[in-house]
Design a protein. Structure first.
Length: 345
Protein backbone atom coordinates (compact mmCIF):
# COMPACT_ATOMS: atom_id res chain seq x y z
CA UNK A 1 0.00 0.00 0.00
CA UNK A 2 1.36 3.40 -0.97
CA UNK A 3 2.30 5.99 1.65
CA UNK A 4 -0.52 8.53 2.13
CA UNK A 5 0.33 12.09 1.22
CA UNK A 6 -1.11 13.41 4.51
CA UNK A 7 -1.42 11.53 7.77
CA UNK A 8 -2.51 12.71 11.22
CA UNK A 9 -1.79 10.45 14.19
CA UNK A 10 -3.62 11.15 17.47
CA UNK A 11 -3.71 14.86 16.62
CA UNK A 12 -4.63 17.11 19.55
CA UNK A 13 -5.17 20.86 19.67
CA UNK A 14 -6.04 22.21 23.12
CA UNK A 15 -6.40 25.84 24.17
CA UNK A 16 -5.92 26.89 27.81
CA UNK A 17 -8.64 29.30 28.94
CA UNK A 18 -7.57 30.06 32.51
CA UNK A 19 -8.10 28.51 35.93
CA UNK A 20 -6.80 25.20 34.65
CA UNK A 21 -9.56 24.81 32.05
CA UNK A 22 -8.76 23.63 28.54
CA UNK A 23 -10.76 23.78 25.30
CA UNK A 24 -10.30 20.38 23.67
CA UNK A 25 -10.90 21.61 20.13
CA UNK A 26 -9.31 18.53 18.54
CA UNK A 27 -8.94 15.58 20.88
CA UNK A 28 -7.06 12.62 19.45
CA UNK A 29 -7.89 12.52 15.74
CA UNK A 30 -6.20 10.18 13.25
CA UNK A 31 -6.74 10.01 9.49
CA UNK A 32 -4.99 9.65 6.13
CA UNK A 33 -5.43 11.29 2.73
CA UNK A 34 -4.18 9.49 -0.36
CA UNK A 35 -2.35 11.33 -3.13
CA UNK A 36 -4.75 12.90 -5.64
CA UNK A 37 -7.84 12.27 -3.47
CA UNK A 38 -10.22 14.49 -1.50
CA UNK A 39 -11.03 13.85 2.15
CA UNK A 40 -14.21 15.61 3.26
CA UNK A 41 -14.43 16.80 6.86
CA UNK A 42 -17.95 17.56 8.13
CA UNK A 43 -19.70 18.35 11.38
CA UNK A 44 -21.57 21.10 13.21
CA UNK A 45 -19.96 24.43 14.05
CA UNK A 46 -17.47 23.96 16.87
CA UNK A 47 -16.66 20.35 16.01
CA UNK A 48 -12.99 21.14 15.34
CA UNK A 49 -12.98 20.93 11.54
CA UNK A 50 -11.24 24.22 10.79
CA UNK A 51 -8.84 23.79 13.71
CA UNK A 52 -7.57 20.59 12.10
CA UNK A 53 -6.86 22.47 8.86
CA UNK A 54 -5.09 25.30 10.68
CA UNK A 55 -3.00 22.88 12.76
CA UNK A 56 -1.76 21.00 9.71
CA UNK A 57 -0.32 24.26 8.36
CA UNK A 58 1.06 25.31 11.75
CA UNK A 59 -1.32 28.26 11.97
CA UNK A 60 -2.48 26.66 15.22
CA UNK A 61 0.21 24.58 16.90
CA UNK A 62 -0.77 20.98 17.75
CA UNK A 63 -0.45 20.19 21.44
CA UNK A 64 -0.13 16.47 20.86
CA UNK A 65 0.16 13.81 18.18
CA UNK A 66 1.93 13.95 14.84
CA UNK A 67 1.27 15.21 11.33
CA UNK A 68 3.14 13.63 8.41
CA UNK A 69 3.35 14.92 4.85
CA UNK A 70 4.67 12.51 2.25
CA UNK A 71 5.85 10.22 5.06
CA UNK A 72 7.93 12.89 6.85
CA UNK A 73 6.82 14.33 10.18
CA UNK A 74 6.16 18.05 9.94
CA UNK A 75 8.51 20.43 11.70
CA UNK A 76 6.67 23.51 12.93
CA UNK A 77 9.83 25.47 13.59
CA UNK A 78 10.61 28.51 11.46
CA UNK A 79 12.60 26.65 8.78
CA UNK A 80 10.11 23.79 8.72
CA UNK A 81 7.15 26.11 8.29
CA UNK A 82 8.83 27.91 5.40
CA UNK A 83 9.32 24.63 3.57
CA UNK A 84 5.79 23.51 4.43
CA UNK A 85 4.29 26.63 2.84
CA UNK A 86 5.55 25.46 -0.58
CA UNK A 87 4.03 21.99 -0.17
CA UNK A 88 0.70 22.76 1.48
CA UNK A 89 -1.52 25.83 1.25
CA UNK A 90 -5.01 26.93 2.19
CA UNK A 91 -8.06 28.49 0.56
CA UNK A 92 -10.13 30.32 3.16
CA UNK A 93 -13.87 30.65 3.63
CA UNK A 94 -14.29 34.38 3.05
CA UNK A 95 -12.70 35.40 -0.25
CA UNK A 96 -13.02 39.07 0.65
CA UNK A 97 -11.35 38.89 4.08
CA UNK A 98 -8.54 36.68 2.77
CA UNK A 99 -7.33 39.30 0.27
CA UNK A 100 -5.57 42.53 1.21
CA UNK A 101 -7.78 45.36 -0.09
CA UNK A 102 -4.68 47.52 -0.63
CA UNK A 103 -2.99 45.01 -2.92
CA UNK A 104 -3.91 44.38 -6.54
CA UNK A 105 -4.79 40.93 -7.79
CA UNK A 106 -1.37 40.64 -9.42
CA UNK A 107 0.41 41.62 -6.21
CA UNK A 108 -1.58 39.11 -4.13
CA UNK A 109 -0.88 36.22 -6.49
CA UNK A 110 2.77 37.26 -6.89
CA UNK A 111 3.47 37.49 -3.14
CA UNK A 112 4.14 33.76 -2.53
CA UNK A 113 6.61 33.76 -5.45
CA UNK A 114 8.46 36.69 -3.91
CA UNK A 115 8.54 35.19 -0.42
CA UNK A 116 9.93 31.87 -1.61
CA UNK A 117 12.23 33.28 -4.27
CA UNK A 118 10.53 31.60 -7.23
CA UNK A 119 10.67 32.92 -10.81
CA UNK A 120 13.12 35.62 -9.73
CA UNK A 121 13.12 37.64 -12.97
CA UNK A 122 10.36 40.26 -13.06
CA UNK A 123 9.18 39.13 -16.50
CA UNK A 124 9.09 35.50 -15.37
CA UNK A 125 7.02 36.36 -12.31
CA UNK A 126 4.58 38.41 -14.36
CA UNK A 127 4.22 35.54 -16.81
CA UNK A 128 3.65 33.08 -13.95
CA UNK A 129 0.94 35.30 -12.46
CA UNK A 130 -0.77 35.40 -15.85
CA UNK A 131 -0.58 31.59 -16.09
CA UNK A 132 -2.11 31.18 -12.64
CA UNK A 133 -4.98 33.55 -13.38
CA UNK A 134 -5.65 31.77 -16.65
CA UNK A 135 -5.62 28.44 -14.81
CA UNK A 136 -8.48 29.56 -12.55
CA UNK A 137 -10.52 31.14 -15.35
CA UNK A 138 -9.45 34.79 -15.06
CA UNK A 139 -7.72 36.74 -17.82
CA UNK A 140 -4.54 38.77 -17.40
CA UNK A 141 -6.74 41.90 -17.44
CA UNK A 142 -7.45 41.19 -13.76
CA UNK A 143 -3.82 41.74 -12.72
CA UNK A 144 -4.25 45.45 -12.00
CA UNK A 145 -7.68 45.19 -10.39
CA UNK A 146 -8.36 45.36 -6.65
CA UNK A 147 -10.57 43.07 -4.54
CA UNK A 148 -13.42 45.60 -4.28
CA UNK A 149 -13.71 45.53 -8.07
CA UNK A 150 -14.35 41.79 -8.15
CA UNK A 151 -17.36 39.59 -7.44
CA UNK A 152 -17.24 37.00 -4.66
CA UNK A 153 -16.59 34.19 -7.12
CA UNK A 154 -13.79 36.12 -8.81
CA UNK A 155 -12.17 36.86 -5.45
CA UNK A 156 -12.25 33.18 -4.57
CA UNK A 157 -10.63 32.34 -7.91
CA UNK A 158 -7.84 34.77 -6.99
CA UNK A 159 -7.48 32.97 -3.65
CA UNK A 160 -7.18 29.65 -5.45
CA UNK A 161 -4.61 31.08 -7.88
CA UNK A 162 -2.55 32.35 -4.93
CA UNK A 163 -2.76 28.92 -3.28
CA UNK A 164 -1.41 27.32 -6.47
CA UNK A 165 1.50 29.73 -6.86
CA UNK A 166 4.17 27.50 -5.27
CA UNK A 167 2.84 24.32 -6.91
CA UNK A 168 1.74 22.62 -3.67
CA UNK A 169 0.82 18.97 -3.32
CA UNK A 170 -1.87 19.56 -0.70
CA UNK A 171 -4.54 22.26 -0.50
CA UNK A 172 -6.73 22.66 2.55
CA UNK A 173 -10.10 24.08 1.53
CA UNK A 174 -11.87 25.62 4.53
CA UNK A 175 -15.53 26.17 3.58
CA UNK A 176 -14.39 27.48 0.16
CA UNK A 177 -17.89 27.93 -1.28
CA UNK A 178 -20.10 28.65 1.73
CA UNK A 179 -19.88 32.44 1.29
CA UNK A 180 -20.84 32.30 -2.40
CA UNK A 181 -24.14 32.28 -4.28
CA UNK A 182 -25.38 28.81 -5.20
CA UNK A 183 -24.73 29.24 -8.93
CA UNK A 184 -21.20 30.43 -8.23
CA UNK A 185 -20.63 27.56 -5.79
CA UNK A 186 -21.03 25.03 -8.59
CA UNK A 187 -18.55 26.92 -10.77
CA UNK A 188 -15.90 26.96 -8.04
CA UNK A 189 -16.43 23.28 -7.18
CA UNK A 190 -16.09 22.29 -10.83
CA UNK A 191 -12.94 24.42 -11.06
CA UNK A 192 -11.46 22.65 -8.03
CA UNK A 193 -12.24 19.24 -9.48
CA UNK A 194 -10.68 20.19 -12.82
CA UNK A 195 -7.52 21.47 -11.12
CA UNK A 196 -7.27 18.28 -9.10
CA UNK A 197 -7.51 16.15 -12.25
CA UNK A 198 -5.02 18.28 -14.21
CA UNK A 199 -2.45 18.90 -11.46
CA UNK A 200 -2.81 15.79 -9.30
CA UNK A 201 -3.74 17.86 -6.24
CA UNK A 202 -4.77 16.41 -2.89
CA UNK A 203 -7.55 18.18 -0.97
CA UNK A 204 -8.71 18.31 2.63
CA UNK A 205 -12.20 19.70 2.06
CA UNK A 206 -13.80 21.22 5.18
CA UNK A 207 -17.52 22.05 5.02
CA UNK A 208 -20.81 21.86 6.87
CA UNK A 209 -22.91 21.37 3.71
CA UNK A 210 -23.17 17.61 3.23
CA UNK A 211 -24.44 17.93 -0.34
CA UNK A 212 -21.28 19.85 -1.27
CA UNK A 213 -19.10 17.31 0.53
CA UNK A 214 -20.79 14.45 -1.32
CA UNK A 215 -20.00 16.07 -4.67
CA UNK A 216 -16.38 16.87 -3.85
CA UNK A 217 -15.08 14.02 -1.69
CA UNK A 218 -13.77 10.49 -2.13
CA UNK A 219 -13.82 9.74 1.60
CA UNK A 220 -15.60 11.50 4.47
CA UNK A 221 -14.86 12.03 8.18
CA UNK A 222 -17.74 13.04 10.45
CA UNK A 223 -16.63 15.05 13.50
CA UNK A 224 -18.37 15.95 16.73
CA UNK A 225 -16.85 17.96 19.61
CA UNK A 226 -13.25 17.26 18.63
CA UNK A 227 -13.67 13.53 17.87
CA UNK A 228 -14.27 11.48 14.74
CA UNK A 229 -17.63 9.71 14.89
CA UNK A 230 -17.47 7.92 11.55
CA UNK A 231 -15.15 7.41 8.59
CA UNK A 232 -16.20 5.89 5.29
CA UNK A 233 -15.91 6.28 1.55
CA UNK A 234 -18.42 8.74 0.17
CA UNK A 235 -20.84 6.26 -1.40
CA UNK A 236 -20.99 3.97 1.63
CA UNK A 237 -21.50 6.83 4.09
CA UNK A 238 -24.30 8.49 2.14
CA UNK A 239 -25.98 5.19 1.32
CA UNK A 240 -25.84 3.53 4.76
CA UNK A 241 -24.54 5.71 7.62
CA UNK A 242 -23.77 3.77 10.79
CA UNK A 243 -23.38 6.43 13.49
CA UNK A 244 -26.53 8.10 14.88
CA UNK A 245 -24.95 11.53 14.42
CA UNK A 246 -24.23 10.85 10.76
CA UNK A 247 -27.79 9.61 10.30
CA UNK A 248 -29.11 12.84 11.78
CA UNK A 249 -26.94 15.04 9.59
CA UNK A 250 -27.88 13.19 6.41
CA UNK A 251 -31.59 13.23 7.25
CA UNK A 252 -31.45 17.03 7.04
CA UNK A 253 -30.44 17.00 3.34
CA UNK A 254 -33.48 17.74 1.14
CA UNK A 255 -33.97 15.67 -1.97
CA UNK A 256 -32.79 17.46 -5.13
CA UNK A 257 -35.24 15.57 -7.34
CA UNK A 258 -38.93 16.56 -7.57
CA UNK A 259 -40.86 13.88 -5.76
CA UNK A 260 -37.60 12.23 -4.75
CA UNK A 261 -37.47 9.99 -1.70
CA UNK A 262 -36.11 11.78 1.36
CA UNK A 263 -34.61 10.18 4.44
CA UNK A 264 -36.77 9.84 7.51
CA UNK A 265 -36.23 13.07 9.47
CA UNK A 266 -34.23 12.74 12.68
CA UNK A 267 -34.11 15.77 14.93
CA UNK A 268 -31.13 16.19 17.24
CA UNK A 269 -32.27 17.42 20.64
CA UNK A 270 -30.28 19.78 22.83
CA UNK A 271 -27.16 21.83 22.32
CA UNK A 272 -23.62 20.83 21.35
CA UNK A 273 -21.65 20.15 24.57
CA UNK A 274 -18.82 22.43 25.57
CA UNK A 275 -15.35 21.25 24.46
CA UNK A 276 -14.13 22.51 27.86
CA UNK A 277 -16.11 19.85 29.72
CA UNK A 278 -17.39 17.26 27.24
CA UNK A 279 -19.70 14.49 28.51
CA UNK A 280 -18.21 11.30 29.87
CA UNK A 281 -18.20 8.33 27.54
CA UNK A 282 -19.56 9.01 24.09
CA UNK A 283 -19.69 12.75 23.41
CA UNK A 284 -22.87 12.43 21.38
CA UNK A 285 -24.79 10.50 24.04
CA UNK A 286 -26.54 13.58 25.50
CA UNK A 287 -28.30 14.12 22.17
CA UNK A 288 -28.52 10.54 20.87
CA UNK A 289 -31.97 8.88 20.73
CA UNK A 290 -30.31 5.44 21.04
CA UNK A 291 -28.24 6.30 24.15
CA UNK A 292 -28.14 3.80 27.01
CA UNK A 293 -26.38 3.84 30.38
CA UNK A 294 -23.27 2.14 28.97
CA UNK A 295 -22.76 5.08 26.62
CA UNK A 296 -21.85 7.24 29.62
CA UNK A 297 -19.23 4.76 30.79
CA UNK A 298 -17.28 4.05 27.59
CA UNK A 299 -15.61 6.45 25.19
CA UNK A 300 -16.01 4.33 22.07
CA UNK A 301 -12.88 4.09 19.89
CA UNK A 302 -13.08 4.45 16.13
CA UNK A 303 -13.29 0.79 15.12
CA UNK A 304 -13.37 -0.89 11.72
CA UNK A 305 -16.89 -1.55 10.49
CA UNK A 306 -16.19 -3.29 7.19
CA UNK A 307 -15.63 -1.94 3.67
CA UNK A 308 -12.68 0.15 4.91
CA UNK A 309 -14.99 2.22 7.11
CA UNK A 310 -14.97 2.85 10.86
CA UNK A 311 -17.45 4.03 13.48
CA UNK A 312 -17.22 5.17 17.10
CA UNK A 313 -20.43 3.77 18.59
CA UNK A 314 -20.93 0.78 20.90
CA UNK A 315 -24.41 0.21 19.43
CA UNK A 316 -23.57 0.67 15.75
CA UNK A 317 -24.37 -2.93 14.79
CA UNK A 318 -27.64 -2.89 16.74
CA UNK A 319 -28.71 0.40 15.20
CA UNK A 320 -27.82 -0.83 11.71
CA UNK A 321 -29.97 -3.90 12.37
CA UNK A 322 -32.93 -1.69 13.24
CA UNK A 323 -32.74 -1.34 17.03
CA UNK A 324 -35.56 0.91 18.32
CA UNK A 325 -34.73 4.21 19.97
CA UNK A 326 -34.42 4.10 23.75
CA UNK A 327 -36.84 6.89 24.49
CA UNK A 328 -34.93 10.08 23.83
CA UNK A 329 -31.53 11.68 24.11
CA UNK A 330 -29.74 11.04 27.34
CA UNK A 331 -31.99 8.11 28.38
CA UNK A 332 -30.26 6.03 31.01
CA UNK A 333 -27.35 8.46 31.25
CA UNK A 334 -28.53 10.79 33.95
CA UNK A 335 -28.66 13.70 31.51
CA UNK A 336 -31.89 15.51 30.88
CA UNK A 337 -32.59 16.30 27.20
CA UNK A 338 -33.04 19.91 26.15
CA UNK A 339 -36.62 20.92 25.41
CA UNK A 340 -35.95 22.48 22.03
CA UNK A 341 -34.42 20.61 19.06
CA UNK A 342 -31.65 22.28 17.08
CA UNK A 343 -31.14 21.94 13.37
CA UNK A 344 -27.97 20.29 12.10
CA UNK A 345 -25.54 22.69 10.48
Amino acid sequence: MSTPLLEAVDLQVHFPVGRGSVVRAVDGVSFQVEQGKTLGLVGESGSGKSTIGLSILGLERPTGGRVLLDGAELDFGRAGLRELRTKATMVFQDPNASLNPRRSVGASVREPLEIHGLHRARAARKARVGELLDLVGLSSSFIDRYPHELSGGQRQRVGIARALACEPELIILDEPVSALDVSVQSQIMNLLKRLQAELGLTYLFIAHDLAVVEYMSHEVLVMYVGKIMERADRDSLYRSPRHPYTKALLSAIPSAEPGGQEREPMLIEGEVPSPISPPSGCRFRTRCPWAIAACAETDPPLEAAGDDSAVACIRADEIAAGAPVTGGAGTGTGVEPESLPTRSR
